[in-house]
Design a protein around this ligand. Structure first.
Ligand SMILES: *[C@@H]1O[C@H](CO)[C@@H](O)[C@H](O)[C@H]1NC(C)=O
Ligand SMILES: *[C@@H]1O[C@H](CO)[C@@H](O)[C@H](O)[C@H]1NC(C)=O
Ligand SMILES: *[C@@H]1O[C@H](CO)[C@@H](O)[C@H](O)[C@H]1NC(C)=O
Ligand SMILES: *[C@@H]1O[C@H](CO)[C@@H](O)[C@H](O)[C@H]1NC(C)=O
Length: 523
């Protein structure tokens, strides 16, 4: 059989073996999905005659958009971990096949690659399109920048497709289950489409493809694409008649499918937990470890002075004198990655906040902001450290105003960021992350002592259409009788809004003898 050319009959992608080995089972029914930095196996079957090492040379090429890499298939062991490579594992002359190992670098750009085989034998050359494969980030690989060393964390933050989002108040967490849905049909392909629809890709697709090797870059692209110009439109008006109310969504897959079906028009509507949960799906699908995090009493500091100002009337009614607000809770995402751009000490969990609030570099995007930089108040570091720092650690300045004059003022450093939490690993309970964001300066809930003439005691009660009861105890600490006036004022607060007008109030005169205490109960 001299003088004939080697021809390819077919290729076996060995889907189930590779996907099991790459922790990528269920992510796509159309394509082989593998993680970078770990070799995968394919088998090449030839026509008419077997492969002859002396006569035939085999070269692969992998193509991602305009990016193109070529590498030969050889018998030698692959040694250069940061290069693409092909190694022959075994030959079978009876079936005229070759078992082949293909190596990808742990810093290769993520995406849908086109794999080709070029056969050069004697005077002839044939090229064959083998098909497409999807290359993802690899938290299992120690040289990948998203490497996560604990197996149980990889199960939770990369592979788990359901989770819990926390709402309510710090003392009364309201858990809400969420289906991330990264294994639903077509979701991974939709996630890749989100990248292709980004302004960065439209502007320069070659540069964008090249940058997709980097988790910092990729997470910024996804963060900006999840909100208004991309997947989901935010609306806090309370009128959701033109779309779906944010609280009706129970998972990300419906939203992503809806976006895909509508020719990539933003889906109506999202609020913070929806934005964060959808971004969590995209990041987990792409292989970047992610978790949804709730910050209770999240400050929105519009003038960046790290102080939220609140003004009250003498009877305790909050006055609308300040545009700054404290959300009952705010939900964002943490993604796990190294930070070669700012220093390896800031590698680890990074805040990414896809809710459109403030522009960062001209687009609605926030992060990646290292959690460690927040704790160390490194407001000089990229990205958006001052904004996230204020969300968890602004102080609340409270002033009581009478006839346009401040009659009492106080500063509360504990209210904002009172709890930061996420779903625990392999658990349905909340894990407290507060100490990663702030110094543990929590003082126990103190009894308010009446030094001045007037003082506000702020109590937050959960909603949910139930009746509320509470009691207030007043103790006279001095040896003389005292008379005081007690005002109770109740105002409604939706999670992202300022207080609405007073819906209930009461007042009492209290007379206390020396060292006497009195308790009043309200139902
Ligand atoms: C929210 O929806 C309402 C009702 O459809 C609409 O009037 C309002 O402009 C929307 N707000 C934003 C910010 O899109
Ligand atoms: C996801 O997390 C839940 C709760 O911890 C657990 O019961 C479930 O088995 C996990 N699912 C996967 C696919 O790991
Ligand atoms: C947060 O605020 C408190 C009180 O103002 C302060 O002690 C602390 O150093 C601040 N920073 C962090 C990261 O906790
Ligand atoms: C607050 O007052 C209550 C009731 O008088 C008392 O039992 C408690 O010890 C006080 N707590 C503090 C921190 O002073």
């Amino acid at each position: 059989s001299v003088n004939t050319d080697l021809k390819l009959k077919c290729v076996s992608w060995q889907l189930s073996e590779n996907q099991k080995d790459h922790e990528s089972e269920g992510l796509s029914s159309k394509h082989l999905v593998v993680r970078r930095g770990r070799p995968f196996k394919i088998t090449l079957f030839f026509k008419d005659e077997p492969f002859s090492p002396l006569m035939d040379s085999l070269v692969f090429s992998a193509q991602l958009g305009e990016l193109y890499v070529q590498f030969p298939l050889t018998f030698s062991r692959h040694v250069s971990a940061f290069k693409w490579g092909g190694q022959i594992l075994s030959e079978n002359s009876w079936s005229q096949s070759l078992r082949v190992l293909i190596f990808t670098p742990p810093n290769a750009p993520l995406g849908l690659y086109n794999l080709q085989l070029h056969i050069k034998s004697q005077a002839q050359q044939h090229s064959y399109a083998l098909g497409n494969l999807i290359l993802l980030f690899n938290p299992w690989c120690s040289t990948d920048e998203v490497h996560l060393s604990h197996a149980d964390q990889r199960e939770e933050y990369v592979k788990n497709d359901s989770g819990i989002l926390f709402m309510g108040t710090p003392d009364n967490l309201l858990p809400r289950t969420w289906e991330f849905g990264q294994y639903e049909e077509g979701i991974l392909e939709t996630c890749l489409k989100i990248l292709d629809m980004s302004p960065q890709h439209s502007k320069n697709s070659q540069k964008d493809n090249l940058c997709r090797s980097n988790a910092v870059y990729l997470s910024r692209v996804v963060c900006a694409m999840v909100n208004d110009r991309g997947v989901l439109k935010g609306n806090w008006s309370g009128d959701f008649s033109r779309g779906v109310s944010p609280s009706q969504w129970t998972g990300s897959a419906d939203i992503l499918k809806c976006w895909e079906r509508s020719q990539c028009r933003p889906v109506l509507y999202g609020q913070c937990w929806v934005f964060a949960a959808v971004m969590c799906t995209v990041m987990r699908a792409l292989g970047i470890p992610s978790r949804v995090v709730t910050n209770f009493n999240s400050a929105h500091d519009t003038n960046a002075n790290l102080i939220i100002e609140e003004f009250y009337s003498e009877t305790g009614e909050k006055l609308q004198l300040s545009k700054e607000s404290i959300w009952n809770y705010h939900v964002w995402l943490e993604c796990w990655m190294s930070r070669p751009d700012i220093g390896s000490e800031f590698s680890g969990w990074q805040v990414l906040d896809p809710t459109p609030q403030e522009k960062s570099g001209g687009i609605f995007c926030c992060g990646p902001c290292p959690v460690k930089a927040i704790r160390e108040k490194r407001v000089d570091l990229f990205y958006d450290v001052p904004f996230v720092y204020a969300e968890v650690n602004a102080s609340v300045y409270t002033a009581i105003v009478k006839n346009n004059q401040v009659v009492h003022q106080s500063l509360d450093a504990n209210r904002v960021g009172s709890l930061v939490c996420t779903k625990g690993v392999n658990s349905y309970l909340a894990q407290d992350l507060t100490a990663y964001y702030k110094n543990p300066h929590k003082t126990p809930r103190r009894n308010s002592s009446l030094h001045g003439k007037t003082e506000i005691i702020f109590v937050q009660l959960p909603v949910a259409g139930q009746s509320i009861s509470f009691s207030v105890t007043v103790v006279n600490n001095c040896g003389t009788s005292r008379r005081l006036k007690e005002h109770i004022n109740a105002q409604m607060k939706e999670y992202s809004h300022n207080l609405l007008e007073t819906f209930w109030e009461a007042s009492n005169m209290i007379k206390l003898g020396p060292y006497e205490g009195k308790c009043a109960t309200f139902i």
